[in-house]
Ligand binder design. Structure first.
Ligand SMILES: C[S@@+](CC[C@H](N)C(=O)[O-])C[C@H]1O[C@@H](n2cnc3c(N)ncnc32)[C@H](O)[C@@H]1O
Length: 303
């Protein structure tokens, strides 16, 4: 039987765009895009997609009410939300139209898999087909991680980068694992609880011609890592939501060594304090905290 997707379309005031993205993501949408309306630059059309079996009609109606409630609270015009079912092929082509190459940080260019590879690029080309997995590089939380990885790895002398082993917890499309290798890391162990993400990471590794012994992927979470390797991790990247990160901190601590550094993202600014408290409790120091939009990313180290 063909897979079907809900396509959600929301016409809204530009000032509501961020909140709507946040709500949609929380709702489990994969592949979101927004464009300004040609006839009115203050209005945008947000499109989002999610697998049919993941939601019921009533949930979609509730989401629509939530969005209206959000608008009422800040006194903006009520957003208009519609939804309909499309098949897998239409989903892939409609969302591919929106996704364009994107520069992140000083060195990386995220490049959709279906575009022809440019002959020359001054940036490291990170080719990606996220499929249904999270991680296109469009999201602030991913961008913060990529920039933090770039800074971390660029600061290291070549000799220590060559041995660098990194864990990517919640790898999604594999975007951070691939970036770490392109930036010079030796090996990455990538885990995700979602089998779709594990598959996407495998195929994106191949797409970037990275050998299977440099990005090792497994379904699971932090507690799967010791089954995948006995190596200790020099760095840990984890872009999941704050509640999950807080729960994972004890396990993350147990797979790290005194010199391990961490990049933790996916944390809303008003959740930062509870993450910081838990980190401190487990002996981590927050070296820097970077913010983008309503999100923040912790750069942490032991002791
Ligand atoms: C926000 S996405 C991050 C994807 C990618 N690393 C990025 O930075 O764009 C979070 C990912 O974490 C996965 N995830 C959620 N809870 C998890 C857990 N407890 N352990 C491992 N992965 C988890 C989800 O399936 C999802 O693919």
């Amino acid at each position: 039987m063909a897979n079907h997707w809900w396509e959600i379309q929301i016409v809204c005031d530009l000032d509501l765009e961020e909140t709507i993205f946040w709500r949609l993501e929380d709702f489990g949408c994969r592949g979101m895009a927004s464009e300004r309306q040609k006839n009115d630059g203050n209005v945008c059309l947000v499109k989002a997609y999610l697998p049919q079996e993941q939601v019921k009609l009533l949930d979609l109606a509730a989401l629509s009410l939530w969005l209206r409630q959000d608008a009422l609270l800040v006194g903006l015009e009520l957003p208009k939300m519609q939804w309909h079912l499309i098949d897998e092929e239409d989903w892939a082509s409609s969302w591919k139209q929106y996704w364009q190459p994107q520069e992140v940080g000083d060195r990386i260019l995220i490049y959709p898999a279906w575009l022809p590879v440019p002959e020359k690029s001054e940036r490291l080309l990170l080719r990606l087909d996220p499929g249904t997995a999270f991680g296109t590089g469009n999201h602030a939380t991913t961008q913060l991680c990529l920039e933090a990885l770039e800074m971390r790895l660029d600061d290291l002398p070549n000799s220590s980068r060559e041995d660098l082993v990194i864990a990517d917890i919640g790898c999604g499309s594999g975007i951070l694992s691939i970036a770490a290798i392109l930036l010079g890391a030796s090996r990455v162990y990538a885990v995700d609880t979602d089998i779709m993400a594990v598959n996407a990471t495998h195929s994106n590794r191949q797409l970037n011609q990275i050998s299977a012994d440099r990005i090792i992927v497994g379904q699971g979470s932090v507690n799967t890592l010791p089954q995948m390797t006995q190596a200790s991790f020099d760095g840990i990247a984890c872009n999941i939501l704050a509640d999950v990160i807080i729960q994972l901190i004890p396990q993350i601590t147990s797979v790290s060594k005194p010199s391990t550094w961490g990049i933790l993202s996916g944390i809303l600014i008003d959740q930062a304090q509870s993450v910081a408290d838990t980190l401190e409790h487990y002996g981590w120091t927050v070296a820097t905290l970077w913010r983008r939009k309503e999100w923040c990313c912790f750069n942490v180290r032991r002791s």
